[in-house]
Design a protein around this ligand. Structure first.
Ligand code: NOJ
Ligand code: CA
Length: 704
C-alpha cells in the first residue's frame, strides 16, 4: 500500500471559529471539492462542488439508534487525519489491465460532548471523478452493540434534476426504469409489472440506487454505495420540494435495520460526478473503494462464454421439473411430434449443449432443472424443497461432468433456492463440495420469491451477509459465482474475484414472458445497475419474436439482432451467455461468428459515445492481444454516430467485420435484418454508424 501521509501537502483548509469548524478537501485534479463543517449544534455536514458549482448542498450525517438518542448533534471534533493516495493495481479480470486509485482522504473523528460520549469517524475520499464517504465506529465503552433504526445521511441535490430511477423496493431490482424530474417521482412511481414476483414497492418518493442524475447544466452524477458488507442496502427517499435525498436502509423481518457491534464500519456512500457521461461509465471509484482481493488461489477463476439449458424453459419448450417427462407425448410448438422428453435437463440434451459449447469455444454449459424439487419450487412457500445434490433420474450428474471436461467444457451448476435461504444454508457446504469433487467450478444461484422462513428482505442485513457467505464458501471450494435475485452489486468482485456476475436488474428473461424491456432499457443499465458490477443479462438472442415458436404470441425481444451482438460489449460481464437455442445460431452462422469471436476479458476499454437512456458505444481491447471489439446501441430512436478509430494502435492495419442493422431494420417491424461488411481500418479511419430504431452495431477489429 502506497499510502503517503502528507499532512502539510494537502489542499486542506481549516478554519476554527467560535461555533463552526470547516474543512475543505480537493480532488487530485482540483475539479471536485468537498466542504465539511461542524455547525453550532455540533453536527457534521458535508457539501460538494464540481468545477466551482455546488452539486451537493450542505447535507447531513448521522444515525438514529434504537433506544438511544440520535447520533447526530452535540459532537466535537477530536481529531482530523488527512492523507493522499495514488497507486495502480491489476484486477484478476476486468475491463482494463490497470486501475489507478488516486484520491485525497480526510478522516474526522467525532465524540459527543457528554460525560458518556459515543464516538464515530467519517472517512471521506475525494477522487477526480467523485467522492466516497463511510462511517467507522471504533471500539468504545458507551457504544458496544446497537441497532441502527435509521441512517440519517442525506444527499442534498441542488435542483430539480432529471433522474433515471426505479421505485424503492428492498425485495427486487427487476423493474424497468423511469426517466423524470425529481419532483415527478411520486406521480410516476411505475405500476408494478405482474411478472415481478417479489415486488414490495415502497410508497412515496423512494428510488433505488445506483441512481443516475443529470443537472440542467449537464453535470452527470451517480449515487450508489461500495463495499456493502454486514449492513442493509440503501434506497433513497426524496423530499420532492427541496430535492434532498435521505438514505433509507432495509429492515429485517421485525423492523430492525442493522445490528452492529463496535468496532465496525458502514459501506461507502458514493457520488460519481462528471460533465461527460462517458466518465461515469468508465469510473473505477466504486471498485477502488472496495478492498483488494482476499483470495490467494485464483487459478480456477476463468472469464468465459457459456450456453445452456435455459432459454428453452423460458420459452416453454421444455420444463425445469421432471414430472413434465410423463406428459411428453404432446406435439412441439411447430406441430411436429416430440421425440424427446419434455424435461430440459436430460443427459441427452445436456450432451447436445456440451458438444455445441465445445465446437464453438465456449467454456461452460449452464444446466437448470437438473436436481429434484422443481415440482414444488414456486409459490408454495415450502421450506425444504431442494437439497442441491440429488439429480433427477434422467440426469447423469457425474457422467455429464466428466463428459464436459473431456471436451474442455465445465458445467455451470444451478442452485435455485426459491428464497428458502435457511434451507440453502443447511445444504451449501455439502453441495459446493460435491460440485468441486466433480470439477464443476461455476455456480449460478437464484433467489426467486420471498425469503423463507422469516420474511427477510432480499436487501436486508441478514441476506447481504448470506450472499457474501455463499461467495466465500464457494471460493473455499474453488467455485465461481453468478447470482440471480441477489442484492445489487457494490464492487465486491474486487475483493472476491470469484464473484463473476449478478443479475440484480431486469434481465433478458422478461422479454420472453412479460411486456419485456423497452428498447431504452439496455442504454440505462450501464449508468445504473452496472455501476456496481458485472451483469448476467444473457444477450445474444437471434429469434427476436416469440411468434417464431407460437404463432399467436405477442412477446418479443425489444431490440434488433445486431443490437443483441453489441450488448456483449455494452453490458459488461466476464461471463457472458450465448443465450439463444443452438439451432437458431446454426441457422445464422455469419452473425454467430461475432459471438464466437468476442472476448470476455480486457486489457483496455474506451467509452466512445454515451448518453443515459439514449445511446452508448464501447470499444474493448481483448486481453493479451491487439484485437478490439466494439458495440454501439441506441434506444427506440434511429441514430447516426460518428466513429473515430483513433483508439487503435497507430501504424497498424486491422480487419474490421461490421455487423450492422439492415437499412430497413427496426426492433418492432424488422428486427432480424442485418448486414455484415468487412473493411480494413487504421487509427486514422472514420465510420458513420447507422443504428436502426432499437438497433445496434457490433464490430470485431482484428490486427492484420
Ligand atoms: C430467475 C432467474 O433469473 C432465471 O435465470 C432462472 O432461470 C429462473 N429464476 C429459475 O431459477
Ligand atoms: Ca431474475
Amino acid at each position: 500500500m502506497n499510502l503517503k501521509k502528507v499532512y502539510g501537502m494537502l489542499l486542506l483548509t481549516c478554519s476554527i471559529g467560535a461555533f463552526a469548524q470547516s474543512f475543505k478537501v480537493s480532488s487530485p485534479d482540483k475539479q471536485i471539492s468537498l466542504a465539511l463543517s461542524l455547525n453550532e449544534n455540533g453536527a457534521l455536514t458535508y457539501g460538494i462542488q464540481y468545477k466551482n458549482k455546488e452539486v451537493i448542498e450542505s447535507s447531513k450525517l448521522g444515525f438514529k439508534i434504537k433506544d438511544q438518542d440520535d447520533l447526530m448533534n452535540n459532537f466535537s471534533i477530536v481529531k482530523v487525519d488527512s492523507s493522499a493516495h495514488n497507486d495502480t493495481w491489476q484486477p484478476v479480470w476486468g475491463e482494463t489491465k490497470n486501475i489507478v486509485n488516486n484520491y485525497k482522504e480526510i478522516i474526522i473523528s467525532l465524540a459527543e460532548k457528554s460525560d458518556k460520549p459515543r464516538m464515530f469517524k467519517v472517512i471521506f475520499r475525494v477522487f477526480n471523478d467523485g467522492v466516497g464517504l463511510r462511517y467507522m465506529f471504533p471500539e468504545q465503552a458507551n457504544l458496544m452493540h446497537f441497532i441502527v433504526e435509521d441512517e440519517l445521511t442525506t444527499f442534498n441535490l441542488a435542483g430539480d434534476h432529471k433522474i433515471w430511477w426505479m421505485p424503492g423496493d428492498f425485495d427486487t431490482n427487476e423493474y424497468t426504469y423511469n426517466t423524470s424530474q425529481i419532483s415527478e417521482i411520486e406521480k410516476l412511481a411505475k405500476k408494478r409489472d405482474g411478472a415481478i414476483f417479489t415486488a414490495t414497492p415502497i410508497k412515496g418518493a423512494f428510488v433505488q440506487t445506483p441512481l443516475m442524475i443529470k443537472t440542467k447544466d449537464k453535470v452527470y452524477m451517480n449515487i450508489h454505495e461500495a463495499a456493502l458488507v454486514n449492513y442493509p442496502v440503501m434506497d433513497l427517499h426524496f423530499d420532492v420540494n427541496t430535492y434532498e435525498a435521505t438514505a433509507t436502509i432495509a429492515s429485517d423481518a421485525v423492523g430492525n435495520k442493522a445490528y452492529l457491534r463496535t468496532p465496525c464500519q458502514t459501506p461507502w456512500r458514493t457520488i460519481i460526478i462528471s460533465d461527460d457521461a462517458r466518465d461515469i461509465i468508465a469510473s473505477k471509484t466504486i471498485l477502488n473503494l472496495n478492498e483488494p482481493s482476499k483470495l490467494t488461489n485464483t487459478s480456477y477463476i476463468k472469464p468465459m462464454k457459456y450456453c445452456g439449458i435455459w432459454l428453452e424453459m423460458h420459452l416453454g419448450l421444455s420444463t425445469w421439473d421432471y414430472s413434465g417427462t410423463q406428459a411428453a407425448t404432446d406435439a412441439n410448438a411447430d406441430g411436429t411430434q416430440r421425440t424427446k422428453t419434455k424435461h430440459g435437463a436430460t443427459t441427452e440434451n445436456t450432451k447436445k449443449y456440451i458438444d455445441f459449447a465445445a465446437k464453438n469455444g465456449f467454456g461452460g454449459v449452464l444446466v437448470e432443472g437438473w436436481n429434484t424439487g422443481w415440482e414444488d419450487w414456486f409459490g408454495k412457500w415450502k421450506e425444504d424443497v431442494f437439497d442441491f445434490v440429488t439429480p433427477y433420474p434422467d440426469y447423469d450428474y457425474r457422467g455429464l461432468n466428466s463428459y464436459a471436461q473431456s471436451k474442455g467444457v465445465g458445467i455451470i451448476t444451478h442452485h435455485e433456492t426459491s428464497g428458502s435461504v435457511t434451507n440453502y444454508e443447511r445444504y451449501m457446504d455439502t453441495a459446493y463440495r460435491l460440485m468441486s469433487s466433480v470439477g464443476s467450478h461455476a455456480l449460478k444461484s437464484g433467489y426467486v420469491g420471498k425469503i423463507i422462513p422469516r420474511g427477510e428482505f432480499h436487501d436486508g442485513q441478514w441476506m447481504v451477509n448470506h450472499y457474501l457467505r455463499a461467495i466465500k464458501k464457494a471460493s473455499e471450494n474453488q467455485i465461481m459465482v453468478v447470482a440471480h435475485e441477489p442484492v445489487r452489486p457494490t464492487g465486491l468482485h474486487r475483493t472476491y474475484p470469484n464473484f463473476m456476475a449478478a443479475e440484480a436488474a431486469r434481465g433478458q428473461e422478461f422479454n420472453f414472458w412479460s411486456e419485456g424491456n423497452p428498447p431504452e432499457h439496455e442504454t440505462i443499465l450501464p449508468f445504473t445497475r452496472l455501476m456496481g458490477g458485472p451483469m448476467d443479462y444473457t444477450p445474444g438472442i437471434f429469434k427476436i419474436k416469440k411468434s417464431s415458436y407460437y404463432p399467436d404470441a405477442k412477446e418479443q425481444v425489444h431490440t434488433t439482432l445486431t443490437k443483441q451482438l453489441a450488448l456483449y460489449l455494452t453490458l459488461y460481464s466476464p461471463i457472458q451467455m450465448a443465450t439463444d437455442l443452438p439451432e437458431n445460431y446454426e441457422a445464422k452462422p455469419d452473425a454467430f461468428q461475432f459471438i464466437k469471436d468476442v472476448a470476455v476479458d480486457w486489457d483496455d476499454t474506451k467509452v466512445l459515445h454515451a448518453e443515459p437512456g439514449e445511446y452508448l458505444t464501447i470499444a474493448r481491447k481483448a486481453k493479451g492481444t491487439n484485437n478490439w471489439f466494439l458495440g454501439s446501441i441506441t434506444d427506440e430512436n434511429a441514430r447516426q454516430l460518428a466513429l473515430d478509430f483513433s483508439f487503435l494502435d497507430k501504424g497498424k492495419k486491422f480487419t474490421a467485420t461490421i455487423y450492422r442493422d439492415a437499412d430497413d431494420a427496426s426492433w418492432d417491424k424488422n428486427p432480424e435484418a442485418y448486414k455484415i461488411e468487412k473493411i480494413t481500418v487504421t487509427a486514422k479511419s472514420k465510420l458513420n454508424l447507422k443504428l436502426a430504431p432499437g438497433g445496434g452495431t457490433a464490430i470485431s477489429i482484428i490486427a492484420q
